[in-house]
Design a protein around this ligand. Structure first.
Ligand SMILES: [Zn+2]
Length: 116
């Protein structure tokens, strides 16, 4: 493999000409990007609607975990965090359950546990 004659300048942050990477699967973002927003803030860029849904499902799990933790349900909170970690590993490889299905299941389970 040939070594490029001109070395890239190492430096902090992302060079403007460097491609962004998907927040889930880490593939390079070329052209179309999908963004996740919280209020007016942009919280990430994703390569596909599937990766965007995956990110939303992971955030939903994390929020649920925080909520459980704050009410003293540590074991349940930890199992949500572990599930989120496992799902991220699967979704990074474009395998595992359908993110939208997981998202819907999380929302349903959360609303049920909150009305208890
Ligand atoms: Zn992706």
């Amino acid at each position: 493999m040939a070594v490029p004659a001109v070395a890239k300048h190492p430096g902090p942050g992302r060079a403007p000409n460097q491609p962004a990477h998907c927040g889930i699967c880490k593939s390079e973002l070329e052209g179309q990007e999908f963004h996740r927003h919280e209020g007016r803030e942009e919280r990430g860029s994703y390569c596909s609607p599937g990766c965007l849904s995956a990110a939303e499902a992971l955030v939903a799990l994390q929020l649920w975990s925080v909520k459980l933790d704050s009410t003293g349900r540590r074991a349940e909170a930890e199992s949500r965090t572990t599930l989120a970690d496992d799902l991220l590993v699967l979704w990074r490889k474009h395998t595992g359950p359908d993110p939208e299905g997981v998202n819907a299941a999380v929302e349903l389970a959360r609303s049920r546990s909150e009305t208890n």
